[in-house]
Design a protein around this ligand. Structure first.
Ligand SMILES: C[S@@+](CC[C@H](N)C(=O)[O-])C[C@H]1O[C@@H](n2cnc3c(N)ncnc32)[C@H](O)[C@@H]1O
Length: 331
């Protein structure tokens, strides 16, 4: 076992299941973001992606397919133990062992928040069936009496629109994510290294600066680098010595918080009238504007985004008014 501490964050070269038991206290982690081994002949997996073998680091430790169910139960029990109440966990999973992961999440007492589809480029080429070009990202929460972190306007303010008047905030929070893998010609990478943009999104929405983020399967240390870059603390495990040594070396280039300056600044706008009672004139004006937008072909979602700016109120307030005064609201 080796432990390396960098910028107050902790990196362990050992099996994450025993390692968590030995080093991580109960209810001490705010967020887990991880991409466990897929259990599908990992040592040949990268060949499907037509990559140059010289640039893929060795030492990826795979889990035999017939042990995958038990393995999932064991690491997810530890994950549930170390999470704080209302702490969250993102697990990236392929399709093959998804049923094991879903069963183990439930058995560990975690609750589903979202089942996200991540669509990426470089799908495995096939001639006899559809090309597989997505992964599953399972967002789960440890039950608790508090509030789960979800930074609604971490990336886009509720009023921010694209060039066609669509809500950027809404689009960014849809549960299908189209994010391409980082293309790193000529650079060494871990097999299946997760893109920075994907990790930034998960960590930005579901944690705060200073929180503890954990990745039990660090691989190329991508989660670690992004967590530190976003000003979070980090603790993680990697069983392969080769991958661990490489990852630790790359941490030298990181300055905590250095990613924060590279991110677009959202333009959150307080909803000026949130919580205030509606008067009759405002209700009439809202119903008229809503009907006009819908008659002009604007979708309900986009109409709400527009009207939110005009009326200083949010979607649920509009839903309530439509239900009460506007007849059945059109989807
Ligand atoms: C899919 S990769 C993670 C890739 C990583 N997210 C990245 O972006 O580079 C899974 C990693 O888990 C490691 N691993 C496998 N079994 C492990 C265990 N029991 N404890 C810790 N690490 C393990 C593998 O060696 C591999 O590097």
């Amino acid at each position: 076992m080796t432990e390396v501490v960098v910028h107050g964050s902790r990196f362990f070269n050992e099996d994450c299941i025993g390692g968590c038991r030995r080093h991580i206290a109960d209810t001490s982690v705010d967020l887990i973001v991880t991409d466990p081994p897929y259990g599908i002949a990992g040592d040949t997996l990268h060949k499907h992606y037509n990559r140059d073998e010289d640039f893929v680091i060795d030492g990826y430790v795979e889990v035999p397919a017939d042990a995958y169910g038990e393995f999932s139960h064991r690491w997810l029990r530890e994950a549930a133990r170390i999470l704080k109440p209302n702490g969250q966990l993102y697990v990236v999973s392929g399709y093959t062992h998804l049923y094991h992961v879903l069963g183990a999440l439930r058995a560990a007492g975690l609750q589903e928040v979202n089942h996200i589809i991540w669509k990426y480029n470089f799908g495995v080429f096939t001639r006899t069936k559809y090309v597989s070009s997505h992964y599953h990202i399972l967002l789960y929460e440890k039950p608790g009496s508090g509030k789960r972190a979800f930074n609604l306007e971490a990336r886009y303010g509720l009023q921010e629109q694209d060039g066609e008047g669509g809500s950027l905030n809404y689009q960014d929070r849809e549960d299908v994510w189209i994010i391409n893998r980082d293309y790193k010609p000529g650079q060494v990478k871990n097999k299946n290294e997760l893109p920075v943009a994907l990790l930034v999104k998960m960590i930005q929405y579901s944690s705060h600066p200073g929180d503890w983020v954990c990745d039990p399967f660090m691989g190329g240390f991508s989660t670690a680098r992004v967590a530190l870059g976003l000003g979070r603390n980090f603790v993680g495990f990697e069983i392969s010595q080769a991958a661990f040594d490489r990852g630790v070396k790359a941490l030298g280039a990181i300055t905590p918080g250095d990613l924060l300056d590279t991110l677009p600044t959202p333009e959150p706008q307080a909803l000026a009238n949130q919580g205030k009672p509606w008067d009759a004139a405002e209700i009439a004006a809202f119903l008229e504007r809503y009907a006009a937008l819908r008659a002009a072909g604007v979708t309900k979602k986009d109409a709400f985004a527009t009207l939110s700016g005009e009326f200083g109120r949010g979607r649920w307030a509009f839903e309530r008014i439509l239900k009460r005064y506007g007849g059945v609201s059109r989807q």
